[in-house]
Design a protein around this ligand. Sequence first.
Ligand SMILES: [Zn+2]
Length: 166
Amino acid sequence: MASVGVKLGSIGSQWTTACKQAVHDLNLLFRRKRIEVTLAINGAGPTINVETDASILGTLVHGKTSAETNDAGKLMRAEVRLPVKLSINTPKGVRDAGTGYAEVIAAHEFVHALGHAPHNSHLMAQTFSKSPGDRPAGDKLTAGGVSLPPLDLSDDSVAQLKSIWG
Ligand SMILES: [Zn+2]
């Protein structure tokens, strides 16, 4: 089982909570789908460094990830950039988005960092529809007919991650 560390910069309490939740839930999903990689906050192995970036709009539903791989296609290090603050448009106006919504965006970028380049569906969709809850805790993103969270990977994404991580 390969191990990948996730190092959180000064990204604020909501992103810290969301990133920890994303690591936890991705590990459960990887176990269930038999993808042989484990993420760990401050863990050993190649590292995904996470920072916020004020140049990424908070109304967008994604961050930015760049990854360096070795000749075998294995991750050496990756940089994930997240918007400073996420907002969502609701019938009552614009407000800060909930942590579950942030978790989906963080998890999407972590999966890119693990070598998943294409945008297909579910967690790795090209575009998400925003689905605001009555309260921030109920905010969801939908893609490919699924509502996230909980995190879900399409069969294509599972096959691709298995081809990289065995
Ligand atoms: Zn993406």
